[in-house]
Design a protein around this ligand. Structure first.
Ligand code: PLP
Length: 389
């Protein structure tokens, strides 16, 4: 009997397949709005200058590559804690570990929840990052979805979201995007975050906040405001963090998971569970990216340089959003949205026609990567859109 015989062929990742199609397209004016990476005005995904300088110092100064342990680089995690939570003091109730990217943080969060409360359901607004449900399911958690975005009006369905979270049981988990919602770009306002925090706290629903784009929406502190509002109100919470976009270290796989527990003793127990789950998964997270980021954030000059580069990325996204909004139609709301993505109200037929007739590549859902556009290509894209809609 064959071990592998019963395995079913798995569908190729749709976005990765799109990359292949884009590469094979010989048309010189082709535009890639598919894959979720930042690109500068020249179409490049740069290694940030501040990070490069930190990597150079790391390479020069590193004297050993011996094991660090399942918690990873603790200087990195301490820096991330300051970046995410500012001066908030949790009196020893917060624990944090370095993870392989935001994906690793989410997987570790899901496994921790499953170990602590196997019957917990995770409430997820749709649409969401397509990898959210598989990560949660892989840990054995049940996912409850609710509609949280109105494609026609291009806005958050806040009332439906509150109604859905109001149906959650105490001990259930609510997965929320901290900022720069992927795929819609439609974030909660500061007032809405306060309402959500109040609802979760009053019903005993545990927040799982996914913060993957801090600094790319409204600014470093503003993008953490939702997370801070929720953690100030809820006694228990999880925050999955990715550095891969805001430090431009995608392939280095840099992230962290923070947990807030009800007491210092609980936090210590949670931390020991995080370490044993990490040990059984990846044993220890990859070091290079986190070590370089720790070094960068240890240095005031490099930190200032990184903040400037992050602000350059953020303001480029804002400028492209403004240029698009001026064209109205399916683009009218993009300037009110934040981060790298918007979900345009386009039918699958229009998405296909944009690709075949105009060499404009985007996800089948109508999600566009704002950073895939430049001052030069915005008019090309809007003309293609006008021809197809
Ligand atoms: N969460 C969201 C909402 C994302 O969009 C992504 C990446 O696209 C991640 C998490 C995972 O990030 P990473 O590449 O660090 O695993």
């Amino acid at each position: 009997m064959s071990l592998f015989g019963p395995l079913q062929q798995q569908p190729a990742d749709a976005l990765l397949a799109l990359i292949g199609q884009y590469r094979a397209d010989p048309r010189p004016h082709k535009i890639d709005l598919g894959v979720g990476i930042y690109r500068d005005e020249t179409g490049n995904t740069p290694v940030l200058r501040a990070l490069k300088a930190a990597e150079e110092r790391l390479w020069q100064g590193q004297t050993s590559k011996s094991y660090l342990g399942p918690e990873g680089n603790t200087a990195f995690t301490a820096h991330m804690q300051r970046l995410v939570f500012g001066t908030m003091d949790f009196a020893g109730r917060l624990a944090g570990v370095q993870t392989p990217g935001g994906t690793g943080a989410l997987r570790l969060a899901a496994e921790l929840i499953a170990a602590a409360s196997p019957g917990a359901r995770v409430w997820v607004g749709a649409p969401t990052w397509p990898n959210h449900p598989p990560i949660l399911n892989a840990a054995g958690l049940a996912v409850e979805t609710y509609e949280s975005f109105d494609k026609a009006s291009q806005s958050l369905r806040f009332d439906e979201m509150m109604a859905a979270l109001g149906r959650a049981r105490a001990g259930d988990v609510a997965l929320l995007h901290g900022c720069c919602h992927n795929p819609t770009g439609a974030d909660l306002s500061d007032a809405q975050w306060r309402e959500v925090a109040e609802l979760l706290a009053s019903r005993g629903v545990i927040p799982l906040l996914d913060l993957a784009y801090q600094g790319m929406g409204r600014g470093l502190d503003q993008d953490a405001l939702g997370v801070r509002t929720v953690l100030a109100r809820c006694p228990e919470a999880l925050v999955a963090y990715s550095c891969d976009k805001n430090f431009g270290v995608y392939r280095e796989r840099v992230g962290a998971l923070f947990t807030l527990a009800g007491s210092r003793a609980d936090a210590d127990r949670v931390h020991s569970n995080l370490l044993s789950l990490a040990r059984a998964n990846w044993s220890m997270p990859p070091d290079h990216g986190a070590a370089a980021i720790a070094l960068l954030l240890d240095d005031a000059e490099l930190t200032a340089a990184w903040r400037e580069e992050l602000e350059e990325m953020r303001s480029r996204l804002v400028a492209v959003r403004q240029a698009l909004t001026a064209h109205g139609g399916p683009l009218r709301a993009v300037a009110e949205q934040h981060g790298m993505f918007s979900l345009l109200p386009l039918s699958p037929e229009v998405v296909t026609r944009l690709r075949t007739d105009h060499a404009v590549y985007m996800a089948g859902s109508g999600r566009i990567n704002i950073a895939g556009l430049t001052e030069k290509t915005v008019p090309v894209f809007t003309a293609a859109l006008a021809a197809c809609c």
